[in-house]
Write a protein that binds this ligand. Structure first.
Ligand code: TYD
Length: 134
């Protein structure tokens, strides 16, 4: 499961005017992007996420600042450092994720494969383990 999480490097077209990063749905991103949200202003000691999704796949990009993403499939865990605006992490469905250690300037952009549906979120870790052990 967590072996399906992976970093994605996006094309950069920087020149003397600055940087431009290109992120294309269904090409760089392995799904149709249906939803975009972003998280900023989270303190360093805050842990966000703490959920898994039955349906949604995500790509997370720290377009400014840095954060860490801990992924967990109920058996294995891995921590990714998001620290460059042209790097994203792909998370398949049913991965438990924590986002934490946000820098003050962190803007964490999230691209999602599904519209928001609270019912497809698993927010209880014991329930998540039950789902994964079925
Ligand atoms: P939450 O899932 O707790 O955020 P995070 O994954 O960063 O910890 O979402 C915070 C609130 O925002 C919660 O009440 C659900 C709501 N929300 C939406 O209405 N639509 C969305 O697309 C998202 C991501 C959250």
């Amino acid at each position: 499961m967590i072996e399906h999480c992976r970093l994605i490097e996006f094309s950069q077209m920087g020149d003397e005017r600055g940087h431009l990063v290109i992120v294309e749905g269904n090409q760089d991103i392995p799904f149709d992007i249906k939803r975009v949200f972003y998280i900023y202003g989270s303190d360093k000691d805050v842990i966000r996420g703490r959920h898994a999704n039955h349906k949604s796949e995500f790509v997370l990009i720290n377009v400014a600042g840095t954060s860490k993403i801990r992924v967990d499939d109920g058996t294995n865990q891995k921590v990714y450092h998001l620290d460059r605006p042209h790097i994203g992490i792909y998370l398949p469905r049913l991965v438990w994720k924590d986002m934490y250690d946000f820098s003050k300037d962190s803007v964490l952009l999230v691209l999602a494969s599904e519209h928001y549906d609270a019912d497809e979120y698993i927010r209880d870790y014991d329930k998540y383990l039950e789902v994964m052990n079925k």
